[in-house]
Design a protein around this ligand. Sequence first.
Ligand SMILES: C[S@@+](CC[C@H](N)C(=O)[O-])C[C@H]1O[C@@H](n2cnc3c(N)ncnc32)[C@H](O)[C@@H]1O
Length: 373
Amino acid sequence: MSSRLTLALRLYREGKVSFYSTDLEELAKMGLPYTKAPIFYNPRMKLNRDVTISIFSSLSLKSAADLMAASGVRALRLKAEGGAEEVFACDSNCLSAQIIKMNVKLNKLSGIRVKCSDARLEAERMAWENERVDYLDLDPFGSPAPFLDSFLRAVKRGGIIGITATDEPPLFGIYPDKLLRYYGVWGKKLPFCKEFGIRSLISFTIRTAARLDLAAEPLLSYGEGHYVRAYFRIERGAERSKHLLKELGWVLYKEGDFEIIRGIDEMPRGAMGPIWVGKIVEPEFLGKLSPLNEEVGKLFEKLKEEADGPPFYQRLDIICSKLNMRIPKPKIVIESLREMGHFAARSHLDPLGIKTTAKREEIEDLIRKLTSS
Ligand SMILES: C[S@@+](CC[C@H](N)C(=O)[O-])C[C@H]1O[C@@H](n2cnc3c(N)ncnc32)[C@H](O)[C@@H]1O
């Protein structure tokens, strides 16, 4: 019996690179989703990679690693568009590693090292052999939690780690037991569950880093499509990490309204967390970034608008359903709240989500006024 493997490949283009990966149309014809591809490539994650390239090139970083490189598209783009001098691409799927080598040649790129190996093993080796990188990408199937310890050790001090989490049901509190087991956070699904997921991921990363005497400073986090993404600067030092731990806290959710409790010294009855209650976007960091293209520019604009806002958001659809009133235009609500002297901005996570310093009753009164006029 022949043991030959037949693989339908397709030539793709993303950013400035061309690369071979599984033919996703052929896969779909066989009734298989893209997650079953022998070599993984998700075109819908292009914005995720565009943001990585924007950050890497804006900070003029030199070395990068994608230890779960799949088709190698992110690694190739870090070299071709990000200006990286050295890139390390690794995947535990040896077929992926073979294709990445082929894709490196196809793009006539040098300075990309490719290996078939386990990501955690390589991250620990990088730390042990002092081959830490300026930028490390953590982009697993599902939760990044099992990989975080080793990955944090493989980032140069002052370097950046970019983390993707696609395990939204646990992070969003839909599976509270898994949220607790994977992230050490207690929570249930709330109306602003997407931001709760981001704040849980940040809290987990800070606490994991603190165990290693590292400080993971949150720089920029967002949610899009079916994933959340968070970037951190990694510094050494227990003092720095203690400072970050002070910005953990709880959220108390009651009858449609919520309260933020800063500090984790005491857990109030019924509270959820510990979550990050500081900024999810650092305006100073965002100000240093040049967006790679219009789509990244639009995302950065949205993040800039809400960056100085308080944690979480009020949902106009939920408030209006309670008041039995039509939903006013979010833009009008935001302008009115600003005229009242409040911070107000739309959340990038929900088209009807308003981040504001106004109290719930004030928003309800405003909606009554707006819808009756
Ligand atoms: C979501 S994909 C990564 C996508 C890629 N970073 C990109 O931007 O296109 C996850 C990849 O991780 C690989 N993988 C899973 N477990 C791994 C492990 N323990 N070590 C290394 N690679 C692993 C899979 O083979 C798959 O290619």
